[in-house]
Every structure is written in C-alpha cells, then in structure tokens.
Design a protein around this ligand. Structure first.
Ligand SMILES: Nc1ncnc2c1ncn2[C@@H]1O[C@H](COP(=O)(O)OP(=O)(O)OP(=O)(O)O)[C@@H](O)[C@H]1O
Length: 577
C-alpha cells in the first residue's frame, strides 16, 4: 500500500530547492543546499493535509488562484503552542511548490489526492451547521463566515447553515427533520448550544432505533453523526476539555480532517423519566447553588459566576442526602492514579473493545445492545452513603476549563464509560475554601480528609425521609407544569424530547422564588435541599438516578494534545506562537 503512493522529486519553493517525498502516510519536504546537503525537514502526516490545489492559491481574505502550469499549493495543519498548560493551537499551513514540468505537477497533485482519500477516509463531505447568533459576545455568525467557512470551502466541504431563531431550534430540527446525507452536525456557540445538539442527536438516534430514553437501564444507541464545536459562547468548556484550546480555527481544522473523539454521556432520570443528558458537570449543593444564584444576576455577564460563587461560599451551606453509586472496575483505572486523558489515551482506547465487544458495533456506531449495565450479574454491588455534603458532583470528563486547567477530576477520562463521583462532606469554611482553591492550581483537591472520589458507572441521589417532606414544603412540591412535564416524557419517550430549556428555566425560576434559597447572608434558616446543576441547567428534581453511557457520541476532536509533544515535533510542522 505504502509504495503505491510513493513519489519523490525535487521541487522548488521560490528559488530554494527541496527534496519532496510522499510515502503514503507522510508528505515531507527537505531543503537542500547548493552542495546537496539536507537542511530542515518538514513532515506532515497525510491525514493532516487539508487540501491540494493546482496553481498559486491564497484563501484569505478570500480564495484566489493564479493558475500557473507548474505550481501547486498544499494546505496542512501547523501546530503552535498555546502558551499555557493546555493543548496546541492549530493553524493553516500553506506551501507553494514549483515543478520543472506540468506532467510532474499533475503527478504530485494526483498522488497527494489519492493518498488523502486512502489515508483519511472519514473526512466529512456535508455538514449541518447551527449558528447561535446570541451566544457569547454575539459573534457566532462573524466567526463562522470569516474564520471557518473559507476553510470548509478549501477542503471541499459543503455546509447547510442554519442561524437559530430561538432556543431549542437546533434540537428540534435534529429531532424532526431529514438528516440524510449529512456526515456531521456543527454548532457555533457555547456549551448551551452543544447541549442542544447533544440532546437532538441522542434523541433522534434512539427514536430511530425504537429505544426508550426514559428507562435508565436501556442501553442507548451511539449516534452515527459526529458533532463539531466551533467555540463562540461565554462558556466553551466542552470544547476546551476535548480540544485543549478555545479557538475556532483549531476546531475547524479538527472537523475538516475528520478527527473522531468518542465521548461518554450521563443520562439523568427522575422516577420513570429522562430529565437531561450531561457530559461535564452534574453537581448538587455548592455548584447547584452557584448556578441558581448566578441566574438571578444574568445582567452581570460572566462576572455573575464569580459573584455567585462568593455569595454561596459565604452562605456556608451543606445539605443532607443519600448517595448510592455503582463502582466501576478499580483494576481498569482510578480517579487518583495521576494519569491524564490526553490525545490517544490508552484507557479510552481499551474501553472501546470492552464497550463494543463486537468489532462491527463500534465501526458502524449502530451497535445493538451492549451490556454494561442492564445485565445484573455484571452490574456489581451498589454502595450507599448518607450524611451532609457541601457538594456532590458527577463528571464524565476532567471538566477542565481556563479557570481550572486540570479540572474537577484531573484523571477522569473522556471515553472509558465511567464518571467520577466527588463527595465533599460538610466541613469548616476554610477547609472548603482550600478544596475550591486547589481547583485553580496543580495541588490535589482530593487529598483532603473530607473529600472522596469514586469512579462509577451510575449514581442515585435522594433526600433522607424527613428532609424530603421539608424540601417539599419549602418548594410547594411538584407544580402542575412539572407533573405534566414528567408525564409527557414518560408517555412519549424520545418523541417528546426532554426538558424544554425554557420550561426548565421557568420551573427553576418558580422553584427559586418558592424557596428561600439564597437571600444572601441574612437568610437564617438554610433550605433543606439544594438544586442540581446539569451542565449549566437547573434540574427541577432533587431525587435522581444517573447513568454513564460509554462513548455515546463522537466529536470532531482528538482529545488534548500534550504541549510536551511540541519538543518532539519542533523539527516538523510545529512552531511556537
Ligand atoms: N436564536 C436564539 N435565541 C435565543 N436563544 C438561543 C438561540 N439559539 C440558541 N439559543 C439558546 O441560547 C443558549 C446559550 O447559548 P450558547 O451556549 O451558545 O451561548 P453562551 O453565551 O455560552 O450561553 P450561556 O452563557 O447562557 O451558557 C443555548 O442553551 C441555546 O438553547
């Protein structure tokens, strides 16, 4: 196979001579001096060649081609350090070669294109793009049209663009409209937009498979369409945790070359109904309170999270609860093993075989039921703990973000079919402050006597009997709308997908106004119950059951590339920013 694509010749860039070599998997060019000695080599994996065009081609500010007979231009992925602890920025590299003859030029372009088709077969050809015009700084449209669309055009990707007109527009489209011919769905926005796409695609896939999402023991069908995230929100945590940087060009290049990163998803249920899906944080206590408090101060913009965090910390709350969890196999990995889930993670790769025992399952992504939960004998023993907690958090990924570069659980994996359950028992305020502060540094936040972390497959949370009634009295229990909501989901399953964001917010607002929630430091009586923060949405229920679905979706990403690889590739297609 290798030799089929082998091509070697002298090529010129300006007046410098290069020896260019295509071996199938790699394209490299080495500058040769007048004495025929090799100078610097640049080597690019064929999978990272973005496109090849005849002539002298520019793409910015818009595509222009000077069609000369003996020239061709190669576009490729070029890395540069983001300067921080985290991943690498990707940029579009461009090199324009001249050949001694047109025949040789055509040979090069043909060979490169054939190598691309053979060694990069999973690149997208047609994408459905949703732009949230109001996300983040309201620059979604501009980001897409100026930075992303020209790259898609260069790579020969056709895209159908929908600018959303309301919340849940993208989700409803994915649930109801014809998606034939699309290879993937791209969202231009923040975590809220990603969540819409996630819910739409998972719901659609289960509808088509005839599966009921309400039952937590049902093994859900992995989604066949990939998701691409072009970050343009005020919180872009999923992008940060799966790419390592928040940068539209880097994300666009990952989409173009068809990178594929599986991602675990946690389903959250209340009684017999699905409430939501989560990929990053499902948090009760502190994180729920911060979200509820911050929603009251949306006018502050992103500053509201710092303000709410401070207020909630000062209110010094803890909550009674019963947490039950189903431990994952401790022999496979541990949340305290100091490993990091980086690009090419071996724990995640091995999990693919465990989660999809029949090779065809993972290949087609249309596996039939794979038993990791429903089979009682394999399920294992549930563990139960009861007490007062500052916070209870479940995360399917490290949940790293610019403010917490290692995240809530630094050794969590993106795609091993498990989540990390973090229990922070009631403690004195300074202890809790230490726990919070350690998230911003490299210190181990789990190395504290009041903190536990467990790698789990499922979690149940309930209020202790007496507290349930207290909380019920405080909130007035389920209101009419909540009851209708649960009934609708139970009846219609995936047809009527999930909590409407707007409705969820209304419920949360009602709940907030009904609860003497955080009336600041003056509030003398602490409420009996907190709320759940599910990837930035408040859940309308306290008693929940959640389950991790291994590798349920795939993103156009490859996990975080280690900045240290900059050293090994400094001779190749890398540069320091
Ligand atoms: N056209 C629209 N009008 C109003 N809301 C929309 C529209 N399109 C999408 N949304 C909703 O806006 C929410 C926030 O969007 P997004 O995540 O893109 O931006 P963000 O600035 O990061 O948001 P936030 O800070 O509120 O989480 C999403 O949950 C989505 O459902």
């Amino acid at each position: 196979m290798e030799t089929d694509f082998r091509l070697e010749s002298s090529l010129w860039v300006g007046n410098k001579r290069y020896r260019a070599l295509l071996t199938g998997w790699h394209f490299q060019w080495t500058e040769v001096d007048k004495k025929n000695r090799d100078k610097k080599t640049i080597s690019v994996p064929v999978s990272e060649v973005v496109g090849v065009d005849e002539g002298q081609v520019e793409i910015l500010p818009q595509k222009s081609t000077e069609d000369t007979d003996k020239d061709f231009t190669v576009f490729y992925v070029k890395r540069s350090s983001s300067g921080g602890l985290h991943g690498l920025l990707w940029r579009l590299g461009r090199i324009q070669f001249s050949c001694p003859s047109r025949v040789l030029r055509d040979q090069w372009t043909q060979h490169l294109r054939t190598a691309l088709k053979t060694h990069s077969p999973v690149r997208p050809h047609r994408l459905l793009v949703f732009i949230n015009p109001f996300g983040g700084k309201k620059k979604g449209r501009q980001i897409y049209h100026s930075l992303v669309a020209p790259l898609f055009e260069l790579a020969g990707i056709s895209s159908h663009v929908i600018v959303t007109e309301r919340a849940n527009h993208a989700r409803d489209h994915l649930l109801k409209k014809d998606l034939t011919g699309f290879d993937g769905v791209v969202c231009v926005g923040g975590d809220g937009m990603f969540s819409e796409i996630l819910h739409g695609l998972i719901g659609r896939t289960q509808q088509e498979a005839g599966l009921c999402e309400n039952d937590p023991s049902v093994t859900l069908q992995p989604c066949p369409l990939h998701i691409g995230i072009i970050p343009a929100g005020s919180t872009d945590c999923v992008c940060y945790a799966t790419v390592g940087v928040i940068d539209p060009v880097t994300s666009a290049l990952h989409i173009i070359i068809g990178d594929s990163q599986p991602l675990d998803v946690c389903s959250v249920h209340h009684t017999a109904a699905l409430v939501r899906y989560s990929v990053s944080l499902l948090g009760y206590g502190f994180y729920g309170d911060v979200l509820a408090e911050s929603e009251k101060h949306r006018w502050m913009g992103p500053l509201r999270y710092d303000y709410a965090g401070t207020m909630v910390y000062l209110s010094n709350r803890s909550y009674a609860g019963i947490v039950q969890y189903l431990p994952a196999d401790p022999l496979l990995s541990s949340p305290r093993d100091k490993t990091r889930c980086l690009s090419g993670c071996s724990v995640c790769s091995k999990s693919t075989g465990r989660l999809f025992p029949h090779p065809s399952d993972s290949g087609s992504l249309y596996s039939s039921h794979f038993s990791q939960f429903s089979n009682d004998s394999e399920e294992g023993e549930w563990v139960s703990v009861e007490g007062r907690f500052r916070c209870v958090s479940l995360t399917c990924m490290s949940s790293s973000c610019p403010k917490s570069p290692l995240g809530l659980s630094p050794s969590a994996h993106l795609a091993d079919g498990t989540g990390d359950l973090i229990l922070v028992w009631d403690t004195h305020p300074l202890g809790f402050l230490k726990f919070l502060y350690r998230h911003t540094s490299t210190q181990d936040q789990f190395d504290l006597p009041f903190v536990e972390v467990h790698r789990v497959k499922a979690v149940r949370f309930s209020l202790p009997a007496g507290k349930e009634e207290e909380a019920f009295e405080e909130t007035g229990g389920l209101d009419e709308e909540e009851r209708r909501h649960v009934e609708t989901i139970s009846r219609n399953g995936s047809q009527q997908q999930l909590t409407e964001r707007s409705m969820g917010q209304e419920i949360a607002n009602e709940q907030k106004s009904a609860t003497p929630f955080l009336c600041g430091l003056c509030c003398s009586k602490a409420p009996a119950a907190s709320v759940w923060n599910c990837d930035g949405e408040i859940l309308p229920f306290t008693n929940i059951i959640s389950r991790i679905h291994g590798q349920l979706v795939r993103l156009y990403a490859r996990g975080i590339e280690d900045g240290a690889t900059m050293h090994s590739c400094s001779e190749e297609n890398c540069e320091r920013a």
